[in-house]
Structures are given as structure tokens and as C-alpha cells.
Ligand binder design. Structure first.
Ligand SMILES: Cc1cc2nc3c(=O)[nH]c(=O)nc-3n(C[C@H](O)[C@H](O)[C@H](O)COP(=O)(O)O)c2cc1C
Length: 248
């Protein structure tokens, strides 16, 4: 404060006479500005400085700890259900992109990645796919998105496992994005008495004859209110410890 008063005194009484009023005014503004800057540096509260530093470094590294990530997945699993009724809301392009990225991150045996995915949003095609089976596929007609999960069985002897994992990841990632979804089994299922579901779906999508369809995952915004399975319904009696049959 004393510094500012001293500068003001010099400016008011001496400088205008020496260099003229306007240059004196400009000089004054610059000198006072510099004074404030230096004063601020001196008077900064070290605690406040430390807090600011901590906050900015937290912003850079705020991500859940390993434990929290596990809990977040567990929370999702606790709420997850198969959803078969959907609203009319379309799935945004960005959301679809995330789903595709997620499914392409599926693990696969020997990293052979035998799967192929056909993303279908066309209403008529979805309608036709909804008739893949006599039971358990008709609800697909109300979904804005169907992802057909298929593979060339010649590329991997465990293509069934690999495509199943991919289908499950689609289901879980959909839930993570606030979407509902449901697996529709195609492999080993019948369209009608004569045609199997696999052949029927391949015909609709122009899949190559040597390809096989594992499942269709119906995805959309949920129009159902389902809660996760209650903890006391979980089949703990299916779990043995060390040797089969040893329960806790
Ligand atoms: C391998 C597999 C095949 C399934 N196939 C069908 C299906 O064809 N149609 C259907 O409506 N749901 C199907 N589902 C969904 C199951 O019916 C559902 O997961 C089960 O009833 C448990 O319900 P939740 O997922 O809500 O816990 C399938 C699920 C799995 C894992």
C-alpha cells in the first residue's frame, strides 16, 4: 500500500512537469500495474497455492481406482436384465460407434477374431429378422437396432465361444450406455419346420453360405421397468469350493 502511495505522489507532483501529463499518466498505469503484480506474488497464501496445485493435478488423474472400476461393473451386473420392449427413440450415431468399438474389443481364442457383425437399423430388415424363429424373436420388430453376430466356423474351432462373448459384451455395453438389449439365439434354432434360423437369417442378410449365425442382439432404449435379480435368488448352491460338492 505504501508503495502505491509513494508512486502516486511522484506521479502527481513531479512527473507531469518533467515529461508532460499524458506520458506521465501512461507511466503511472504501467508502474501501478507492475506494483500490483509484485504485491500479489508476495502475498500469495502458500496453503491456497498448494490447494490449487492439488486440484489441478486431481483433474488430470481423476479416474476410478482399480477397486472402484470393479464395483462399477458389479453395479451394472446387479441391475442388468434382458429387455424386450423398446421406445421409438433411435440410437445416436456416437452411441452406435461406442457399441461397435466395444464389441471389436472382445477377447477371442488365439486372438483369431472369427466374428463378423451386421448392424441393422432398417425397419423392414429388422421386421424380417424378427421372424427368424417361431418363438423368442418376434419382439425384435420393436427394436431400433439389431446386431447380427456371425462367424466363419472355418476360422476357429471355438467360434461359438468367441461369438457368444461378443454377444454378451454387446449386451453389457448397451446396459452401460443406458440401453436395453436382449440376446436372440439363432444357432441350433428353427425358423419353421423346414428351414433353420441360421439359413433364414443368412438369406436375409446375404451372408456367405459358409458363414454361421450365433445370435442377434436386439438393442434400444428400454420401455420396460425391470429390477436386477435379488441377491437371495442367486444360485450359490451351484458353487463348490476346492472339490465338487463342498459348499459354504
Ligand atoms: C445363450 C442365450 C440365448 C438366449 N436366447 C434368447 C432368445 O432367443 N429369445 C429371448 O427372448 N431371450 C433369449 N435370451 C435371454 C434369456 O431369456 C435371459 O437372459 C434369461 O431369461 C434371464 O433373464 P435376464 O437376462 O433378464 O436376467 C437368451 C440368453 C442367452 C444367454
Amino acid at each position: 500500500m505504501l508503495y502505491i502511495l509513494a508512486v502516486l505522489l511522484v506521479l502527481v507532483f513531479f512527473l507531469p512537469d518533467l515529461i508532460g501529463r499524458l506520458p506521465a499518466l501512461i507511466c503511472g498505469a504501467v508502474v501501478i500495474g507492475f506494483g500490483f503484480y509484485v504485491y500479489n506474488l508476495w502475498c500469495k497464501d502458500p496453503q491456497e497455492e498448494a490447494n490449487q496445485e492439488a486440484n489441478s493435478s486431481m483433474n488430470e488423474i481423476i479416474k476410478p481406482s482399480h477397486d472402484m472400476e470393479n464395483i462399477m461393473l458389479l453395479d451394472l451386473l446387479r441391475e442388468r436384465r434382458s429387455i424386450r420392449k423398446f421406445t421409438d427413440q433411435k440410437i445416436e450415431e456416437e452411441t452406435l460407434d461406442i457399441l461397435i468399438e466395444a464389441v471389436l474389443r472382445s477377447p477371442s481364442s488365439r486372438s483369431l477374431n472369427p466374428w463378423e457383425f451386421v448392424v441393422v437399423t432398417d425397419k423392414d430388415t429388422i421386421g424380417a429378422l424378427a421372424r427368424s424363429k417361431t418363438h423368442g424373436s418376434s419382439f425384435l420388430a420393436g427394436a431400433p437396432l439389431a446386431v447380427v453376430v456371425c462367424a466363419d466356423p472355418a476360422t476357429s474351432d471355438v467360434w461359438v465361444e468367441d461369438t457368444s462373448i461378443a454377444s454378451l459384451l454387446l449386451h453389457l455395453c448397451a446396459a452401460d450406455l443406458g440401453l436395453g438389449s436382449c440376446w436372440i439365439q439363432i444357432r441350433n434354432r428353427q425358423h419353421d419346420k423346414k428351414i433353420d434360423s441360421d439359413t433364414y437369417v443368412k438369406g436375409i442378410l446375404n451372408l456367405k453360405p459358409d458363414m454361421a449365425v450365433e445370435a442377434i442382439v436386439a438393442i434400444g432404449y428400454s420401455a420396460e421397468d425391470k429390477s436386477g435379480h435379488a441377491a437371495d435368488t442367486l444360485l450359490y448352491e451351484r458353487v463348490s469350493y476346492e472339490k465338487y460338492g463342498n459348499r459354504r
